[in-house]
Write a protein that binds this ligand. Structure first.
Ligand code: GLA
Length: 726
């Protein structure tokens, strides 16, 4: 680490740029957005000169600045960097710069800015890291000074904020509910504060996920956008704020942090609080540009799963709680026949778990249903050449369990008694070291004894009244840290173990949990119509190989909609694929099609799990065109899907995103999954040739002029493969 001597520092990577001035008393951001190039000293100075705003009427008498640690001391009256007090005192922070260190890198680099604040008795280190992907990560550590008086400093809120320009005037974020996660919502950015607060003890089914502000009308392929994601698996807060006086020379701010429980973070001298990492990304190429950056970031992690993602069979929608060895052996046989590579036994295997109202917490195999333990099933699964995976929900407890009867004090909740159950369950107090040790021991033994390749880690209820200790001490923050420690400890003991973050399907998808898990279960809804949209938006942050996508029964268990095989199968190709239905009931034709699908997935997964995800802007939601294009643009797979009818008859020419206009390609329709049903008499003219085999077409036609696409009936999809031929 080198002490920084430069006054203005630029972190640049992959076309994104962040420039910070080590101004006194508090540094400020001069620029976050498009790369400004390798500016000479004079250029950086010019950026600083032009970084000073006007003094407005009826305002403070110096330029109102927006610093990296904004406080009222600068005249900043928006969301402050932090709020807190020491027993009702020290409530006017006045931090000032005491040092900085810069670790340059060929792409990006890292910068620590050190602030000290005698007024509050706090030291602050803010760390900016520009990743080679162009994602800027920011986190801060706040330390109560050693020589501060021994009154704890109550930290009420810490928010990481970066500036936005005036043109970022439209917000996109997400909401949702069970089986309808990551539903996008857009609104204009007005004056005032737009906040999204999550108090569910996990990001939730309505997680804001990625809050984006952009030039109005931004789409998948076009538009300038700025986005933030809070990498934290508990309560959180996102802010987009625009005051009439602006933010220094910027117009608005974007950021977030953990939503701190009142009274939990109390810093005695020497204590620290570290914020979650906020991931900021800018793109000049719309939402796909943002997605590219996050996918590159995740794929660059040393822990990113690199082995081929195995085809899964998950037992949930196949048998639910009806665990019967013979039935499951038959399910495993059929799974192996159609090409499944990992068999996952879902809920229902542990002591007393005959329905969802008992057993959680008792993590040993039920001796009644499984008199010989899981061994007969595990051995059989392995003998068929498949891996074995198991469902757990470690943070939860049913009051109807031996664990709750023996350790009622391990159940998280107030001294006056726990509140209402949800799905008949409560939450275990992970901050209780005995409860934590018990869980690690139980999980460790399960994994070791059964040679488990993968745990599906569920979390089916929210945290309410997250307090403990008989004195109602808040522990929502501690619960998340304890969860992270548990996952880390388990992975340390079993480095090959994979973990799936489930949480009712999609309720805990964030880059905090993903630092310790290997895929997410995107939604309990596997109705392909819903899944097209859920997967499209889950991919805004995660690359396909991290997103669990399963093919379910013809009649969806969550919506009762009946969909064609070919549509269900095509939809479940774009991610980490699996099957979730009782395939012992399938006809020979259905099994043959499933086998063709697993073969197609195996053939295409090297592309699907390494390429760039692209989504076309089609001006409506009735049809979707999405795909994955190899980084060198030599190959692609597209899915042309219709999820609803719409008034237009012709699609018009639709450019296939991501290809080189100057290259020559050939295209063909993949027919292994069956053809979609068409809402037209025939054509377009290119289609029969592409159904017969490879049809040569220039990149200019595919990528620029566009292909007229066939009109499909609703709930149908066509798979189009593209190969470069020159
Ligand atoms: C949650 C999960 C499902 C399934 C059930 C089991 O709802 O999201 O996939 O595992 O729990 O109880």
């Amino acid at each position: 680490m080198s002490e920084s001597t430069a006054r203005i520092l630029a972190l640049r990577a992959a076309g994104a740029c962040f420039v910070l001035e080590l101004a006194e008393p508090v540094p400020r951001v001069l620029h976050w957005g498009a790369d400004l190039g390798d500016l000479p000293e004079s250029g950086l100075e010019a950026l600083a000169l032009t970084g000073e705003p006007a003094i407005l009427n009826n305002s403070i008498d110096i330029p109102r600045r927006f610093t990296i640690w904004p406080t009222e001391a600068d005249g900043w009256l928006g969301t402050p960097a932090h709020a807190g007090h020491a027993a009702g005192t020290r409530a006017a922070p006045r931090p000032s710069l005491v040092g900085a260190s810069h670790r340059p890198a060929a792409e990006g680099g890292e910068l620590d800015v050190l602030l000290a604040d005698p007024a509050t008795g706090l030291d602050v280190t803010v760390t900016y890291r520009m990743e080679p992907s162009g994602v800027l990560t920011v986190h801060s550590t706040i330390t109560r000074q050693q020589d501060a008086e021994p009154v704890p400093y109550d930290l009420a809120q810490v928010t990481t904020l970066l500036p936005l320009p005036r043109r970022a005037a439209e917000i996109l974020d997400f909401t949702g509910k069970w089986s309808r996660e990551r539903s996008p919502q857009r609104r204009p950015l007005g004056f005032g504060t737009y906040t999204r607060e999550v108090r569910r003890g996990k990001p939730g089914l309505d997680s804001p996920y990625l809050v984006t502000a952009g030039v109005p009308g931004f789409g998948f392929r076009e538009g300038e956008v700025w986005a933030v994601h809070v990498a934290w698996s508990g309560d959180q807060r996102y802010v987009v704020e625009q005051l009439p006086e602006g933010a220094g020379t910027h117009a608005a701010v974007l950021g977030g942090g953990e939503l701190l429980p009142a009274g939990e973070i109390r810093l005695a001298p020497g204590d620290s609080y570290t914020t979650p990492v906020c991931h900021f990304a800018w793109s000049g190429e719309g939402l796909d540009g943002l997605g590219d950056r996050f996918h590159a970031l995740l794929r660059s992690r040393p822990t990113h799963p690199r082995s081929p993602r195995p085809v899964i069979l998950n037992s949930w929608e196949a048998v639910y709680f009806d665990h019967d060895l013979d039935r499951l052996l038959r399910l495993a046989d059929t799974a192996a026949e159609v090409g499944v590579e990992r068999f996952v036994l879902d809920d229902g295997w542990f002591r007393g778990r005959r329905s969802d109202n008992a057993g959680l917490g008792d993590w040993t195999v039920d001796p009644v249903v499984w008199p010989e333990g899981l061994t007969p099933l595990v051995d059989h699964v392995r003998s068929l050449g498949m891996e074995f995976g198991l469902w757990v929900e470690p943070e939860m407890v049913n009051l109807n369990s031996d664990l709750a009867r023996e350790h009622p004090d391990w159940v998280l909740g107030p001294a006056r008694g726990v509140g209402p159950s949800a799905r008949h369950q409560h939450v275990l107090d992970l901050a209780n070291p005995e409860a934590w040790d018990y869980l690690l021991g139980a999980l460790d033994e399960l994994v070791a004894k059964n040679g488990i390749a993968c745990l599906k880690w569920d979390h089916n209820r929210e945290l309410h009244e997250a307090v403990h200790g008989g004195v109602d001490r808040p522990v929502a923050h501690a619960q998340v840290l304890a969860l992270y420690r548990l996952l880390d400890a388990l992975k340390e003991r079993h480095p090959a173990l994979e973990i799936e973050s489930c949480a009712s399907g999609g309720g805990r998808i964030d880059l905090g949990i993903l630092a310790r898990t290997d895929r997410v279960w995107a939604s309990d809804c596997i109705d392909p119509v819903e899944r097209q949209t859920i997967q499209r938006w889950t991919a805004q942050l995660l690359p396909p190989e991290l997103i669990g996508v399963h093919v379910g029964a013809g009649a969806s268990h969550t919506t009762a909609r009946i969909s064609a095989d070919s549509f269900r199968l095509a939809t479940a190709l774009f991610g980490h694929a699996g099957i979730e239905q009782d395939i012992t009931r399938c006809t020979p034709e259905e099994l043959a099609r499933l086998a063709a699908w697993t073969a197609l997935y195996r053939e295409l997964r090297p592309l699907l799990h390494s390429g760039r995800t692209v989504r076309a802007d089609l001006g409506g939601d009735a049809t979707l065109l999405h795909g994955v294009v190899a980084h060198d643009r030599s190959a692609a797979l597209y899915c042309w899907a219709r999820v609803a009818t719409s008034p237009e008859g012709q699609s018009g020419r639709v450019p296939l995103p991501g290809l080189y206009a100057a290259a020559t390609y050939q295209v063909r329709v993949r027919t292994e999954l069956g053809l979609p049903s068409f809402h037209q008499t025939s054509g377009p003219a290119w289609l029969p040739a592409a159904l017969d085999g490879w049809l040569p077409l220039p990149g200019a036609v595919l990528a620029v002029a566009g292909l007229p696409m066939p009109n499909l009936n609703p709930d149908q999809a066509l798979l189009l493969e593209v190969r470069r031929s020159d």
